[in-house]
Design a protein around this ligand. Sequence first.
Ligand code: SF4
Length: 715
Amino acid sequence: MPEAATLCPYCGVGCGLLVEVRDGRVARVRGDPAHPSSLGDVCAKAVHLPPTLRTNERLLYPQLRSRRDSVLSRVPWELAVRTVAERLGQSVAEHGSDAIAVYASGQLTTEEYYVASKLAKGFLRTNNFDTNSRLCMASAAAGYTRSLGADGPPCSYDDLDAADCVFLIGTNTADCHPVLFKRLRRRKAAAPDAVGVLVADPRWTETADLSDLHLSLRPGSDVALLNGMLHVLSREGLVDRAFIAAHTNGWADVERVIAEYPPARAASISGLGEESIVAAARRFGRARRALTLWSMGVNQSRSGTDKIAAILNLHLATGQIGRAGAGPFSLTGQPNAMGGRETGGLAHLLPGYRSIEDAQARSDVERHWGVEPGTIAPRPGRAALEIFEGLATGEIRAIWILGTNPAASMPDTDLVERALRQADFVVVQDAYHPTETTRFADVLLPAAQWPEKAGVMTNSERRLTYLPRLASPPGEALPDAEIVARVAAAMGWKASFAYESAAEIFDEFAALTAGRPCDYSGLDHARLRAASPQWPVPTPAHPGSSRLYADGIFPTSDGRARFVPVEHAEPAELPDTAFPLTLTTGRVRDHWHTLTRTGQAPALRTRTPEPIVELNGADAQRAGVHDGDFVEIASRRGKLIAQCRVTSAIREGVCFVPFHWGRRFGFYKSANNLTLGARDPLSHQPELKACAARLRRAEHPYPQGGDQSPQAADQ
Ligand code: SF4
């Protein structure tokens, strides 16, 4: 059977897949040996994609309800689109453009992101366009921009094969980016003494199994560790003064701050031993090529942007950037979170990494979109959490949600549900129904998903891959871009959204990247069908760029990177006598996001059917619970009940719950019942990795008589 090459639609590693289609259906998926990011490797999530595509939970037809207390009924596309257009128009007419919001997803293709953002910012005239990248990589994007002058990870996966020190902080790569982890494991196995692996994480995960040094730090203390390491490097002459002098500004300010972080102080804040901090610094500082990988453990914090500044300070001070095997490297969660940032898919951005506050940028984009000067509002719109807070207070009246499930993925689920109940009008566009979010919809729009539509995605190493349409969408589902274009046409903007194909959308967007840091004006769909280069790709003949800043020139006004002095800040909610533990959340290998797709794969569901609470033995003893007991974990916002795994692999005082399960799977299974909406002031990314919690044995797993989920009550 012939196979077609495409991209995995799950995580930001962006593995190439070969897909066998039989009778119009995806029959088999395997790794594509020719894809440069993954070299033929895949994880179980990709292998088990086929059963997730045609299930009883696919949303097949547009549905509508005239009143919140009535049931959703099937309607023709024309009526659904007209309703969305009229109700959004009505909200704008009555309450102004900023009374509406669009909340999208890193699951969208670049073309879909672009048209949705164009409709919101250029035609609906609201910058309240944000995406679930806000929960994922907003701190990394803000951190790169502040220190290096522009967003964009500077490294390549090939750097794993060249580094002699790999520092993993706030990332359980083994579970969250499995194919990348396997590559690191192969590298370590081939040269166990030559390659040092440092892992900073309050949990001992499979990632830590690979480490020469595990730094089991207190949640939220990353800046203390990083500043402490830089203190040691400076004290021991392990910084690169020639690089600092030639390529950076601000070292003296950082030197003053890190002088206050000798290992003894860094140790007392982080809960680590002084000798561990010194050993980590020396291993990093003596490496010829040092690579730092990080993910949500750093980003999802109310001081996430400062944590990233501390990582970048470490690399700038040692000249570990712009060379093979060296650099700071954020690993994205969503398959196209990168493409979203490139297309301006956040409330403060315009396409091509332009700031919405930059008058020239607004003018350039307005001209490209053919709208009147002054159309694009000059202030950033609301970020993800602020959108839902605005709905809850009534400042926002209508929301259009595309391809994501905020009622399960956002912190403090009560607030999100209240917001969606409160809204005048909720449109949800998704491939699946029911989800925790679709139950609040006034209009449901059925979307095509992978691989039922064509488009492009960018992975964590800036590599663009073309995804062809390989199967028909079921029922009446349509590609997201086509749905957006239909609504735009119904609102009177048909000519500006009259695209014949995804290729045409790509060309319009790629032209806007010319001369920008994420320049891929040298690409089109035809070229991407044959190759998957890394941006920047400024001309059709350009081969792509495996690494940024190789010339030591940064996209700042003077070409120099900026040191940013940062201080340790505690998480917003610390343990106390009433809530003595810190709850941290994360992923497991077999599941993805809120289970809308992996929950449809029997093998994945069977292997990992429930959330499990991880708890240190000392905390278990204090709480009087044993391995295997059902426990209730409560925070100031809600509670969760799950079986308990007592383990020495997690730091005392910390417990861990995966966040994949929302209320649909049992009201008390949702980790986001407990998390809080504190957020970083620059990136607006919420602190999903730390909140205060308490734990006790649950005599009856579901104390109020069975599954209390609202969905269960609905059925
Ligand atoms: Fe897909 Fe990520 Fe697994 Fe690769 S590592 S196959 S991109 S889920």
